[in-house]
Design a protein around this ligand. Sequence first.
Ligand code: CDT
Length: 599
Amino acid sequence: MGATHRTDPRSKTLDRMLKLLQDAADQSAELCLLPETAFATFFPRYLINDPEELDAFFEHGDVIKSPGAAPLFNKAKQLGIDVSVGFAEVADNGERFNSSVYYHALTGSILAKYRKIHLPGDFEPFADPEATNQLEKRYFKPGNLGFEAFRVPDLAAGSEPIMGMMICNDRRWPEAWRCLGLQGVEIVLCGYNTAGFAPHLWGSDASQDPKQAEETALFHHKLVMQSNSYMNATFSISAARAGMDDGKYALIGGSCIVGPEGNILAETKTVEDEVIVADCDLELCRQGKTRTFDFSRHRRVEHYKRIVEQTGVVEPPKLSEASSNGASEVPSSLSNGTHNLPSRPAQPRGGRKIRILLCNPNATPSMTANCIKSVESTLPLDVEVVGFTAPPPAPSAIEGNFDNIMSAAAAARAIIPLQQREGYDAMLVACFSDHALIRMLREEFNVPVIGIMEASLFAARTLGARFGIVATSNRSKVMHADSVRHYGMQDFCAGIESCRLGVLDLERRPRHEVLAIMQEVAKTLVAGGAEVLTLGCAGMTDMVTAVKEAAGEDVQVVDGVVAGVHHLVGLVRLGGKTAKSGLYASSATGRKLRGQEYI
Ligand code: CDT
């Protein structure tokens, strides 16, 4: 879309949009993307103090029925063309967002809504009256709907393409693209509104050549659309509000349709109202998605922690400072004015990490590996979890008392010398039961020890009034009931339901079957009043997402491994130790006196 001035009546802008839609339909397009806040000028560049004037830029209630926007959706329905468009939204609770929707012509309904997450600019205008402002932080809240991909039925020769939306500044953030990429997105839709010559906004020199500034802005726009499309093996469509708004504010053009190899398939030639069309053969996404960017095979999430844990930059300590004080934490006064200190120390406790031994008392290493995998992405930078798998004669699964005792003995014999050598700060017993190893380790050492069942129940009691347990077998159901009583939690237990599966069935039976069974059990527990679900086996740790899906968003699902590790981390930070005045007093000395050092 070309320039839209502050004084332009809504009807004029709408007429232009209807014409563009007609033009797209005439060229047999099945979907038409229109820009960010398309129905009026880009008002966040002005400081508007009059609430009524500001309100007129927003759609209230259901956007497809909003008088200033409805004609667009009605026309789309009539033409049978889907439309995605940006608008300023007032939600039912009065919160304001910079939003976009995907309108499905066939059903006459909104298939998906997105609310802009990366709001650029400032809350207060620049002091310089000549500056172009970008007051999105003043007028909008950051979006609260995440980057959710969605399927569009009956499009592209009856296929169901996976689409995702983002708005303008979002396109500069690879995190946004990856969130969609991880849902297999095939077409990313992005309306935008990007200033060309606006030195205050870009933080650049006011004496720069406006034409050159615009070229750079255009280069950056295409750079992010092409590179991120390639890196996520997806098509992308971007639609600009372009031209010279109010005869004063230059906006770049550059609307384009990009293929999954990063190639531009179509791009606008003007900064006026203009339609571009391209065929998007979704099959072309397969190449990238199954080879170079086959995420399931190649991603190494254990090394990506910083991406979700850190916002600002945390530089490595300056070599001179690190060597002079021996510490790696940079005091704020020395942080070269960037104020980008870590939200938590990267190396606390005198530079030493908290090290937790995750003890799997059965002899199945893949179960240990799954436990480590499930917790790894949640760990702070200063915490390390090391996996231990019990050696034979520990049984490969723990399904009854015999297995419990045999595994505890085998595990304890191996852990005692290991702990004497390594001095882990805490130990987690990764078996969902009141496992004998827990009490053995509490007796033998003074570091905090907990099992994943007890940790789950503590977390569950904190997060809800009633919990339920997804048990493996009927026998484990009975054993869990005994343990719940032992922990004194029976009054808070809404139920324990069995999946009628053996522990090793969790790995051996087809995954979709196992997940379906667990989801059924989860639903039963929720119907019985469980507000929090705990997973009754360490082997279920990688199934949390499926259970969450079945339980619904108002129900919490606790993964005992994650709960246990973080419980222990908290205790270690508090300096907590196992009390030795009673039950957990060590029996090592007594054994020695009896000449029974055979372990
Ligand atoms: N509308 C919008 O998000 N515009 C931003 C301008 C950034 S201001 C520095 C953009 O990314 O194009």
